[in-house]
Design a protein around this ligand. Structure first.
Ligand code: AMP
Length: 542
């Protein structure tokens, strides 16, 4: 027997329609390159997103055609988030931190037809423009300067719409968006999001036990809109009609804190590096900003426990989440269950520093050489996930089929444990694991602990080859400005928390840790640079 319910399609235009009809007066605020604020409303956004959809159709966009964006976080990018899928096209966000060679590969591989680009990013586009074949390029005049010869003005393009727009009859499984993973090895791989996956992901993200995004929030995604859809925040915030604030290209701690204060931000999202910078700014000038009680979704890399504690001291609550481009991205969120609320404070912090519980409709498991691992909080293995917003394949990449298991799970490449309460904890990336004498050492645990030391701004722990142990950990440390710590002090600090054989063989002090385009530690570069560290040290008679 079937249910007697309608077969409503889960498509993005229903979110856009709701936002336009119910929340037309709610504000959308964007910081422009010159730091001035651009303000408009959901009413303007609704009208302009539909204009974009109509203009694209008039320009000959066919169902499934890719429209690329090369843009910072701001109002026009939000228009593209909804206008492109509403036209039947596929929004393909390009990561502006990638090398022009990678961008060339990605635009060609995705067969992008049109591009919308910020005027301030034209110098980047011009580095690969002649290597790609885009039919039309629309420039968003963020600076107000005339659009250079040879390009079309985005505003003029919107003006080609007559207001007579009808949504195509979209199937919920049609492609709506696409994003390439910015992995540290191999060619970037494309993930294609369906309307259905984005709508379900928005619903799940808004839940009180996940990110709790509500109409009463003022939301500021620091995470770029070109990285895993800014974790879906713009879709979710639009669905609930929350005020949205976009930082444009200004992502330094002071600019962000100014914007949090001026616009009354209550929810934000970004990688730990951003928040480590914010904590330092707040510690330096604790009375400078009057902030609302804020929640900050932290993911992309592990949120160190020290960061969660430091934020709490300023009334800012870290919500630690894990996800990937392939998981749209929200997979797990670490909220303390009601049944654990009477656990001692230290244990609650320990839970909040884990990557968390799978969100509804997502399943997780740990698999190692012995098969599926028990949920004992100790046994490590590869984290595998499945659910309605988890990729089942990569776009046009049959050679990557081994990322998916025969029984329908996605192999994340992360190494994790799951405890008896169901909290998942990432211990490493498969390729970043340190295997010393056949035993695994978690680089993430060591670096998180190091980042809790008062003199340490950042730390990355990585494997160096060792003649006896195969591999040993080495720590690269960046000290806070004006702070000092010796190798012996740092080792003694770690010795209180870890078994002796886990302690790094050495500590190297650097000015900065190399990063990927997504702001994560680029450990492959550290491994390469220090690959002879053990033999060189022995050569020095150490
Ligand atoms: P991306 O697809 O660029 O978003 O990268 C996904 C990867 O980031 C995951 O496979 C993890 O290795 C890492 N990651 C994301 N969130 C976390 C987190 N909360 N803690 C540790 N690693 C994370």
């Amino acid at each position: 027997m079937n249910g007697t319910m309608m077969q409503g399609s889960l498509v993005l235009p229903s979110l856009l329609e709701r936002a336009g009809k119910l929340f037309s007066k709610v504000e959308i605020v964007s910081r422009l390159p010159d730091k001035s604020l651009h303000r408009h409303t959901y009413g303007d956004f609704y009208r302009r997103a539909r204009q974009l959809a109509e203009a694209l159709q008039r320009a000959g966009l066919r169902r499934g055609d890719r429209v690329a964006t090369l843009m910072w976080n701001h109002y026009a990018h939000l228009e593209a988030y909804f206008g492109v899928p509403a036209s039947g096209g596929v929004l393909h966000t390009l990561n502006l931190r990638l090398h022009p060679d990678d961008l060339t590969y990605i635009v060609q591989h995705a067969e992008d037809r049109f591009l919308i680009v910020d005027d301030v990013l034209l110098p980047l586009f011009e580095q690969f423009k002649n290597r790609v074949s885009l039919e039309r390029v629309f420039v968003v005049p963020l600076t107000g300067a005339p659009v250079p010869e040879g390009y079309e003005n985005y505003e003029d393009f919107l003006a080609t719409a007559t207001g007579d727009f009808r949504y195509p009859d979209l199937d919920e499984n049609e492609a709506a968006g696409m994003c390439y993973t910015s992995g540290t090895t191999g060619k970037p791989k494309g993930v294609v999001y369906s309307h259905r996956s984005l709508v379900l992901h928005s619903l799940a993200s808004a839940l009180v036990d996940t990110l709790a995004v509500s109409n009463r929030d003022t939301v500021l995604p620091v995470v770029p809109m070109f990285h895993a859809n800014a974790w879906g925040v713009p879709f979710t915030a639009t669905m609930v009609g929350a005020k949205q604030v976009f930082p444009g290209p200004h992502l330094d701690p002071v600019s962000l804190l100014d914007l949090f204060e001026a616009e009354g931000v209550t929810l934000t999202a970004g990688v730990p590096t951003i928040w480590l910078g914010i904590v330092q700014a707040l510690e330096k000038e604790p009375d400078r900003w009057k902030l609302q009680p804020m929640r900050m979704a932290v993911g992309g890399s592990a949120a160190p426990e020290g960061l969660i504690r430091a934020m709490d001291r300023f009334g800012l609550r870290v919500v630690h989440a894990w996800g990937m481009t392939e998981t749209t991205p929200l997979g797990t969120v670490s909220q303390v269950k009601a049944t654990l609320r009477d656990w001692p404070e230290d244990r609650q912090y320990e839970i909040r520093a884990k990557q968390g519980l799978p969100v509804p409709l997502i399943e997780i498991r740990i698999v190692n050489d012995q098969g599926e691992a028990p949920w004992d909080g100790k046994t490590m293995g590869e984290l595998q996930v499945r659910g309605p917003w988890v990729a089942a394949s990569y776009y046009n990449r049959p050679e990557s089929a081994d990322s998916f298991t025969e029984d329908g799970w996605f192999r994340t490449g992360d190494v994790a444990t799951i405890d008896p309460e169901g909290y998942m904890k990432i211990t490493d990336r498969t390729k970043d694991l340190i295997k010393s004498g056949g035993e695994w050492i978690s680089s993430v645990d060591l670096e998180n602990a190091l980042m809790g030391h008062p003199a340490v701004a950042e730390a990355a722990v990585f494997a160096v080859p060792h003649p006896k142990w195969q591999e040993r950990p080495l720590a690269a440390v960046v000290l806070k400005a004006g702070a000092s710590a010796t190798e012996e002090e740092l080792r003694a600090y770690l010795a209180t928390k870890f078994a002796k054989w886990w302690l790094p063989d050495g500590f190297v002090f650097l000015d900065e840790i190399p990063r990927t385009s997504a702001g994560k530690f680029l450990k492959s570069s550290l491994r390469e640079r220090f690959k002879n560290w053990v033999s060189e040290r022995e050569g020095q008679g150490a």
